[in-house]
Design a protein around this ligand. Structure first.
Ligand code: SAM
Length: 275
């Protein structure tokens, strides 16, 4: 018998999906983890009852986290993903031929284990020989890194539980130190309907540290409100000044060179969060 799962964004609003069956349910050292088979979206990963990814729409988020900064950097060789234990961002990173090494640091090894088991089209690239997987706290890993990475992608949970430190200015200062002299980073920064204060805070924290700071969006149907934001901080390279000839062929379903630029065109109420 099917049941309905609801992720509550507030006491009065949530997003709902019909669930065929629960594939896994456990309490890890860090969070409640569930893997469910939904009717509409394929298998869905839930952490603390929040939707992390689904088989049907995962490509939007993973492509937009990875390709916007990776096409902005002229030659990304070593890429770090903080969080991202489902493997989707790593899969997209590896589509760039310049990438020699991709390091993934997720605090929770169970996310990696269950993603490999139930989300194979998303997590399959975690076994690629260019990938190094570490089960560690991303905050501490960043604090101990210096001038090591061309690009850092923060694919974290929302700022609750283990991810709280990943939304602090101290973390962004650590990222600046961990990047090479022309490095770029991106963090997922939630939605402007319910998390406007968070977006405003993160954008201005990052702007105090990185000379180039920009906000871009993507449309993700299974995330609350659908409109999702990403904050980019760059030492030199500007995502709005990428030359057309730099866009090489990449196998995507959402990202295109046109979307690259268009994603920085913000609705007025979102742009105001950056002012
Ligand atoms: N795309 C999703 C979203 O926007 O909601 C998030 C994907 S989920 C794979 C995020 C991952 O961040 C989880 O696997 C979680 O274990 C990891 N994470 C949370 N806090 C972390 C920390 N301090 N260090 C490293 N990884 C962390």
């Amino acid at each position: 018998m099917s049941i309905w799962f609801t992720e509550k964004q507030t006491a009065n609003f949530g997003i709902t999906a019909k669930v065929n069956k629960t594939l896994a349910a456990l309490q890890t050292d860090y969070q409640d983890l569930k893997m469910v088979e939904t009717v509409e979206w394929g298998n869905m990963l839930l952490l603390d009852d929040m939707v992390m990814t689904t088989e049907k729409d995962e490509f939007v988020y993973h492509e937009m986290v990875a390709h916007v900064p990776l096409f902005t950097h002229p030659s990304p060789k070593h890429v770090l993903v903080v969080g991202g234990g489902d493997g989707g961002v790593i899969r997209e990173v590896l589509r760039h031929p310049s990438v020699q090494k991709a390091t993934l640091v997720d605090i929770d090894g169970e996310v990696i284990h269950y993603s490999k088991k139930y989300l194979p089209t998303i997590a399959g690239s975690l076994d690629d020989e260019r990938v190094e997987v570490k089960v560690d706290d991303g905050f501490m890993f960043i604090a101990n890194s210096e001038k090591a990475f061309d690009v850092i992608l923060v694919d974290s949970t929302e700022p609750v539980g283990p991810a709280v430190n990943l939304f602090t200015q101290g973390f962004y200062a650590g990222i600046h130190k961990a990047l090479k002299d022309d490095g770029i980073f991106v963090a997922q920064t939630d939605n402007p309907w319910f998390k406007a204060d968070l977006i405003h805070q993160v954008f201005h924290d990052v702007k105090e540290i990185f000379p180039v700071t920009r906000l871009y969006t993507a449309n993700i149907p299974t995330y609350p409100s659908g409109l999702w934001t990403f904050t980019i901080g760059s030492k030199i390279h500007d995502p709005l000044k990428v030359k057309q000839e730099r866009f090489h062929e990449v196998d995507t379903k959402y990202y295109t060179p046109e979307i690259h630029f268009a994603s920085f065109a913000l609705p007025k109420f979102v742009k105001e969060l950056t002012e």
